[in-house]
Write a protein that binds this ligand. Structure first.
Ligand SMILES: C[S@@+](CC[C@H](N)C(=O)[O-])C[C@H]1O[C@@H](n2cnc3c(N)ncnc32)[C@H](O)[C@@H]1O
Length: 293
């Protein structure tokens, strides 16, 4: 069963009021979105993944949510401003983005997000042109090393980049298992050290394939202008690179905003027991306040 991360904290901070407008930028399996609708908020929901839009449409119907209470669009949240204006979602009371990767994408999408299954290295949330295997096969050794270091924070980035380039001189790297094995054979030490390296390299590739950090910067910039007074923006991030961007952006907003989470909210022991995915999650919330205060 899908358990949304920080569901109570998100719903409390959004203070859902009937007939007020809310945007969920990352619908996923609709965990947060359904709760907004149950409290009679009006929802604009976005997701890059078409399957998520279909899944949520069914889920909302099964829960007897009236169709005039929500609009769902397959779209990138970097286009939030354009989509919100088109659908008359200005003066919004709450916006959320849950930047994690859902279980469906990891385990069932067949898109190479996990090194635990042998799949083509695709890693796209949507239908963009560049796949993860294009990046692995086409970047120079230096650019690969920089990618692994910056987006994966992997200390052995240069060794792994060299091993990848050596391998692809013989044959292209197109699957998760081939990439996994190259890293396994390059990193010495315990199984857990090797797994950490694989996880970091896969994370770096996923971030690059989907321009995740660039999209997040645009989302933060553009979503704030859509908020009504007392409206809140809540962002759940899952690694330090994302959290740093959110933290820096929130801190840079001097007038007209109040940071509601001086320190990010992290998961309690109890939440972790129920939902292992929440282990690395951090929630930061900011509220738009009157300039005159
Ligand atoms: C962790 S899931 C969201 C889970 C959701 N909050 C729930 O409770 O079911 C993240 C979702 O964000 C989507 N996503 C990732 N990047 C996106 C982007 N730039 N624009 C829109 N959706 C995106 C993914 O396709 C995925 O479905």
């Amino acid at each position: 069963m899908h358990i949304p991360v920080f569901l109570n904290q998100i719903i409390d901070s959004l203070d859902i009021q009937p007939n007020e407008k809310y945007i969920d930028c990352t619908l996923g399996e609709g965990g947060h979105a359904l709760e907004i609708l149950k409290k009679q908020g009006i929802l604009l929901g976005l997701d890059l993944d078409k399957r998520s839009i279909d899944f949520c449409t069914n889920k909302f119907q099964e829960n007897n949510i009236s169709e005039d209470k929500y609009i769902l669009e397959q779209a990138n949240f970097k286009d939030i401003k354009k989509i919100a204006l088109k659908n008359n979602f200005t003066q919004v009371k709450g916006i959320i983005a849950d930047l994690g990767i859902n279980t469906y994408l990891l385990e069932e999408s067949n898109k190479g997000f996990t090194f635990k299954q042998d799949e083509v290295l695709d890693m796209r949330y949507g239908d963009t042109e560049i796949l993860a295997k294009d990046i692995i096969n086409e970047l120079s050794e230096k650019d690969l090393a920089d990618l692994f270091y910056l987006y994966g924070e992997e200390p052995l980035s240069r060794h792994i980049a060299k091993a990848i380039v050596d391998h692809r001189r013989k044959e292209k790297i197109t699957t998760t298992f081939v990439l996994r094995d190259i890293i396994l054979n390059t990193v010495f030490g315990s199984t857990s050290r090797k797994e950490k390296a694989i996880t970091r390299i896969f994370q770096a590739l996923r971030i690059k394939t989907n321009s995740e950090l660039e999209n997040l910067e645009i989302l933060l910039q553009d979503s704030l202008s859509l908020l009504a007074e007392n409206g809140v923006l809540a962002i759940i991030s899952f690694h330090s690179l994302e959290d740093r961007i959110v933290k820096t952006k929130f801190k840079s907003l001097e007038k007209g905003f109040e940071i509601l989470t001086k320190k990010p909210i992290t998961c309690s022991k109890q939440e972790f027991m129920h939902n292992k995915k929440s282990r690395s999650a951090k929630l930061r919330i900011i509220k738009k306040v009157s300039w005159k205060k």
